[in-house]
Design a binder for this molecule. Structure first.
Ligand code: HEC
Length: 132
């Protein structure tokens, strides 16, 4: 009986792990929206336009074209001079303390907001595989 119970427990755990990894894109975007509201909106603003000379825009940002750099910014923080849409910013963004799945969610959200039209689907695995 014990063996069967632990077998059942293992299957339940394994399948929830499976579900976790294959979270549908629509759920990821919805979660990403909440994360944006909690962790990003105060600087990058509800319309993703940021604040001139201080907080760079996410709306139509050409910085997002480089997905690796964008993931790194969220995973490890970002400071020093960067160029976004031809303008230089020289500020600092600390890591927001998000885990890999949360970073994937918020990126799936911002890549599809404010006129951004990416079809790329970020996953926790991609975030995990991105090194400094
Ligand atoms: C306290 C203010 C602040 C918060 C909160 C913040 N950022 Fe930033 N963010 C910045 C600053 C400042 C930079 C530019 C850093 C530099 O100049 O090197 C930046 C840069 C970026 C960039 C790269 C440049 C661009 O505009 O495309 C992305 C992407 C980004 N932030 C996304 C996010 C996301 C997503 C969140 C929420 C999880 C977030 N930021 C939270 C201040 C903030």
């Amino acid at each position: 009986m014990k063996i069967i119970l632990s077998l059942v427990a293992t299957i339940v755990m394994a399948s929830s792990l499976f579900l976790y990894q294959t979270k549908p894109l629509s759920d990821s975007i919805a979660d990403g929206q909440e994360i944006y509201q909690d962790f990003c909106v105060q600087c990058h603003l509800p319309n993703g336009m940021g604040v001139e000379n201080t907080f760079p825009p996410l709306a139509k940002s050409d910085y997002l074209d480089n997905r690796q750099s964008t993931i790194r910014a969220l995973k490890y923080g970002l400071s020093g001079p960067i160029k976004v849409n031809g303008k230089t910013y020289n500020g600092q963004m600390t890591t927001q303390g998000l885990d890999e799945e949360e970073i994937a969610d918020v990126l799936n959200y911002i890549y599809r907001q404010w006129g951004n039209t990416s079809e790329h689907v970020f996953t926790a695995k991609e975030i995990q595989n991105t090194q400094p």
